[in-house]
Design a protein around this ligand. Structure first.
Ligand code: OSB
Ligand code: MG
Length: 368
């Protein structure tokens, strides 16, 4: 896969709902889209950072800068047999995992297209039908929370995840639990708590949640281990795991018992697969997280979720839940809470260049 010509774009898209988390509100999203041209094929990737450094220090702007200033100059014109070879050349770049993953995942798409197989097969996946969940933002009231929970349960989602923060946790979840006694429910705090909030966390522990996602700091494993020892509910690590090494340490310390794998956060598909393998060796399930992706990032997430140990529903909900229009066809929509991985070569979706052009706010062409 010779890196002959790269097309980098920034696009904007309006979310169909207001998405509030403990770190802020998302509405108008900016995304980076990369098309790698190589030997007559096109590899597609999406940068998964958000607009603002609330979830991660990486943003749309840092992805753009890292790719154009540090990453592309090291690799342009080179010929890579595998994404692993690319990663070796990018090893000196510390961090910027979402930027590295943008190029790495495009190479996986290319490699699968060159072999004329779907990406899930190249990754070693075992299933093409995926049970999916939905991640629901903080609502204005408890009634709104119960209503949106019931709506998504009716649509067939297999697990509902609620964003929480101190002061917005036990009461809304208790109301949802009463309305949906048998539903798989989880919460995601995006690092909003500390050990001094133990009373709220212990009250959540009584609600029969499948897991509590990233309650404590993004860079912490020690306090998560202390908290896990005090809870029946498994902790699921998200922000704390940036690498397979972090997964080994986190699970080894019993800082959590489940991992949310986000392809960008851990540096791409190869690292995601390693996190998956390490979790499996600890008998810990993983699931695929989301970053409010457009169709390219969503397709990559679906392919990754085909691996065996992705045994819990992911945040890989229907694309039409998020967007009026998407940049790929076909639509990546779940039917009764089940997504089917697109079957064509590579990520298996076509770019809708008309929509992409309409959403594009900047564009750069890099040649080798
Ligand atoms: O913590 O999982 C998270 C979105 C942006 C940043 C962080 C997170 C999320 C989500 C939404 O929960 C997942 C999705 O629906 O794509
Ligand atoms: Mg999360």
């Amino acid at each position: 896969m010779k890196l002959e010509r790269l097309e980098l774009r920034e696009v904007t898209a309006q979310l169909r709902f207001r998405f509030e988390t403990s770190f802020g509100v998302e509405r108008e999203l900016r995304k980076v889209i990369l098309v790698v041209h190589s030997e007559g094929l096109e590899g597609y990737a999406e940068g998964t950072a958000n607009n603002w450094p609330g979830y991660s220090y990486e943003t749309v702007d840092t992805i753009w800068e890292s790719l154009t200033r540090y990453i592309f100059p090291r690799v342009m014109g080179k010929d890579y047999a595998t994404p692993a070879q690319l990663l070796r050349d990018l090893k000196p770049i510390r961090g910027h995992n979402m930027a590295v993953a943008t190029l790495e995942t495009a190479l996986w798409d290319l490699q699968a297209k060159a072999a004329n197989i779907p990406l899930w097969q190249l990754l070693g996946g075992v299933r093409t039908e995926l049970e999916v969940g939905a991640s629901l933002g903080i609502q204005k009231s408890i009634e709104d929370t119960v209503a949106i929970a019931q709506q998504h349960a009716q649509e067939g989602y297999k697990r509902l995840k609620f964003k929480v923060k101190p002061g917005w946790d036990v009461a809304p979840l208790r109301a949802v639990r009463e309305a949906l006694p048998d539903m798989a429910l989880t919460v995601d705090a995006n690092s909003a708590y500390s050990l001094t909030d133990i009373r709220a966390l212990q009250a959540l522990d009584e609600l029969g949640l499948d897991y509590i996602e990233q309650p404590l700091s993004y860079d912490d494993l020690i306090d998560h281990a202390k908290l896990q020892a005090m809870l029946k509910t498994p902790i699921c690590l998200d922000e704390s795991v940036h690498s397979p090494e972090d997964a080994r340490k986190g699970l080894g310390l019993d800082a959590g018992r489940i991992i949310n794998v986000k392809v960008g956060r851990v540096r791409g598909h190869l690292a995601s697969r390693r996190v998956h393998d390490i979790a499996k060796s600890f008998a810990a399930p993983v699931w695929c997280g989301g970053m409010l992706e457009l169709g390219i990032g969503r397709a990559h997430n679906l392919h990754m979720s085909s691996l065996e140990n992705f045994s819990l529903p992911g945040d890989t909900a229907s694309a039409s839940r998020y967007w009026e229009e998407d940049i790929v066809s076909p639509w990546l929509d779940a039917v009764d809470g089940v997504q089917t991985i697109p079957d064509g070569p590579g990520i298996g979706v076509d770019l809708r260049t008309d929509v992409l052009d309409k959403m594009t706010v900047r564009k750069d062409i890099i040649t080798g």
